[in-house]
Design a protein around this ligand. Structure first.
Ligand code: FES
Length: 107
């Protein structure tokens, strides 16, 4: 079961064991991780599920689609290297050990 760690802006970490087949966003919501709003329900239309992947070159991350790229220009906190929409990150075994930081703001 892949482990995904969410790091809050104050450094607090939540390490979750997540079923493959969900998304990073859905895993965060299911565990009530603060800082993921996901207002559009995972359709890459709100940018309130913004996370920053600590190692954006790691294997297992899908490429950023055009739609995701466009929405990442609309995030409340500044886009950074590693910024992703967590709803567009399917959880696979390959993502075991993924660490994402939550931004200061989502809206
Ligand atoms: S949940 Fe809306 S963009 Fe991810």
């Amino acid at each position: 079961m892949p482990k995904i760690t969410f790091v809050q802006p104050d450094g607090t970490e939540s390490a979750l064991d997540v079923d493959a087949g969900t998304t990073v966003m859905m895993a965060a919501l299911a565990a009530s991780v603060e800082g993921i709003l996901a207002e559009c329900g995972g359709n890459a239309m709100c940018a309130t599920c913004h996370v920053v992947v600590v190692d954006p070159t790691r294997p297992g991350l899908p490429p950023v689609s055009d739609d995701e790229d466009e929405m990442l220009d609309c995030t409340a906190s500044p886009r950074k290297e590693g910024s992703r929409l967590s709803c567009q990150l399917p959880v696979t075994e390959e993502l075991d050990g993924l660490v994402v930081r939550l931004p200061e703001e989502q809206m």
